[in-house]
Design a protein around this ligand. Structure first.
Ligand code: HEC
Length: 213
């Protein structure tokens, strides 16, 4: 074949060469691009919710509002129960049906000791002080115009006349707009507060009789 013929045959092949992409590959690529266009945004949305390292959430633990009992694999009982002193909101309150008047007969089972007074003061300073104030004058920080209505002073004649059981009753059930503290203070702690109320009263308004009792 002469050089001229070769050139001519080369030139004739131009345009007749197989295209490097077959139509099938073109279609396939288009389908892939379309899939990626769908998949990538989906992944971007889903990735934050895919727990890659979920050891923390899958560990044995007590969940809030959950029921205690078994390990998540349902075989090993959990070795912990609610923290001691945890009070159930629905706990039976002893003497539920006793009125404020009848509670006067309820004796105080917790002797007045320094330890009891300290616990009582601690609880008072956490739960009662906000309304009743440091000295029980009804001037706590949440009291004021457009805020919580002022409670009466704890040093009135009426308040002084309450028996221990009646203080206990008020802390347990609340009184009118004063809420119940039965779900925040255990029974013994309520009696500690009762003991402290007496100490508060005596310190605030000492009377001769206080020292002979
Ligand atoms: C949210 C505010 C608030 C808190 C907190 C509060 N109280 Fe009261 N308390 C009141 C109000 C208001 C009254 C008056 C209720 C009534 O008789 O209308 C009252 C009444 C009382 C009385 C009776 C006073 C009387 O003269 O009849 C006692 C005793 C008492 N509270 C003790 C406590 C103790 C103890 C605590 C803490 C465990 C406490 N309160 C927490 C608002 C509060």
């Amino acid at each position: 074949m002469s050089i001229r013929d070769r050139i001519i045959s080369k030139l004739e092949m131009v345009g007749k060469e197989k295209p490097s992409f077959t139509p099938l590959i073109y279609k396939g690529t288009l389908v892939l691009i379309a899939l990626a266009a769908l998949f990538v945004p989906l992944m971007l949305v889903a990735i934050p919710y895919i727990p890659f390292f979920n050891d923390m959430s899958m560990q044995a633990k007590a969940k809030t509002q959950g029921t205690y009992g078994y390990h998540f694999d349902d075989e090993q009982p959990l070795l912990f129960s609610p923290v001691p002193g945890t009070l159930s909101r629905n706990a039976d309150i002893p003497g539920d049906s006793i009125s404020l008047e009848a509670s006067a007969a309820m004796g105080n089972p917790v002797p007045v000791t320094m330890a009891s007074l300290k616990k009582g003061r601690e609880a008072y300073d956490i739960f009662c002080i906000v309304c009743h104030g440091k000295l029980g004058e009804g001037d706590g920080p949440v009291i004021g115009p457009n805020r919580f209505p002022a409670p009466p002073t704890l040093h009135s004649e009426a308040a002084r006349a309450y028996k221990d059981g009646q203080f206990f009753h008020i802390i347990t059930y609340g009184k009118n707009i004063m809420p119940s503290y039965a779900d925040k203070l255990g029974e013994t702690d309520r009696w500690h507060v009762v003991n402290y109320l007496h100490a508060l009263r005596r310190a605030y308004q000492p009377q001769i009789g206080d020292f002979t009792k």
